[in-house]
Design a protein around this ligand. Structure first.
Ligand code: GDP
Ligand code: MG
Length: 174
C-alpha cells in the first residue's frame, strides 16, 4: 500500500494585473530567488512546495497566471478548484489597485464560495515610490472580507509569512 507524502493538498492561484510581481512572489517562495531583469516567466502552470505546520505536511500547488492577466481570459477552469487566491497589486502602481474591483467580480463569478482570498500589496522595498497607502489598502481589504499583507518579493519581506499564514488558515478551515 502506498502512502501519500502529505497530509493536505491545497491549490493556490495568484491573480492580479501584469507586472505586479506574481511570478517573483512564487519564485521567491518556491525557489528562494528573485529573478533578474524581466525574465520572470516560469513557463509551467504551477509550482509545488511542501511545508510543515504543527507536524502536518501540507503540499501547496501554486498556480501563476503567466501572460493571461487580462480580465476574462482566466476562465472558470482556472479558478474552480482553487482553495485560495492571492490577489496581488503593486503599491507603486495606483492603476493596479484601481483594477481590484474588476478582479473581485471575476472571483465572485468563477471561484468557489469557500475560497480564501488574500490581498497582497507587493514591492514595499520601493517605499519612496508608493502610490497606495497601507491604510487605504487595509480599509479596502476589510470592506471585502479579505486578509491584507504587504510584501517584497525582491527583499523576501513577508513572502514566507504570506504562504505559511495561508496554509495555516487553509488547514484550520479544512
Ligand atoms: P507578474 O507579471 O505579476 O508576474 O510580475 P513579475 O513577477 O514578472 O514582476 C514584474 C516586474 O516587477 C519585474 O521587473 C520584477 O523584477 C519586478 N518586481 C517584482 N516583485 C518586486 C518587488 O518586490 N520589488 C521590486 N522592486 N520589484 C519587483
Ligand atoms: Mg508573471
Amino acid at each position: 500500500m502506498s502512502m501519500e507524502d502529505y497530509d493536505f493538498l491545497f491549490k493556490i492561484v495568484l491573480i492580479g494585473n501584469a507586472g505586479v510581481g506574481k511570478t517573483c512572489l512564487v519564485r521567491r517562495f518556491t525557489q528562494g530567488l528573485f529573478p533578474p531583469g524581466q525574465g520572470a516567466t516560469i513557463g509551467v502552470d504551477f509550482m509545488i512546495k511542501t511545508v510543515e505546520i504543527k507536524g502536518e505536511k501540507i503540499k501547496l500547488q501554486i498556480w501563476d497566471t503567466a501572460g493571461q492577466e487580462r480580465f476574462r481570459s482566466i476562465t472558470q477552469s482556472y479558478y474552480r478548484s482553487a482553495n485560495a487566491l492571492i490577489l496581488t497589486y503593486d503599491i507603486t502602481c495606483e492603476e493596479s489597485f484601481r483594477c481590484l474591483p474588476e478582479w473581485l467580480r471575476e472571483i465572485e463569478q468563477y471561484a468557489n464560495n469557500e475560497v480564501i482570498t488574500v490581498l497582497v500589496g507587493n514591492k514595499i522595498d520601493l517605499a519612496e515610490r508608493r502610490e497606495v497607502s497601507q491604510q487605504r489598502a487595509e480599509e479596502f481589504a476589510e470592506s471585502q472580507n479579505m486578509y491584507y499583507l504587504e510584501t517584497s518579493a525582491k527583499e523576501s519581506d513577508n513572502v514566507e509569512k504570506l504562504f505559511l499564514d495561508l496554509a495555516c488558515r487553509l488547514i484550520s478551515e479544512a
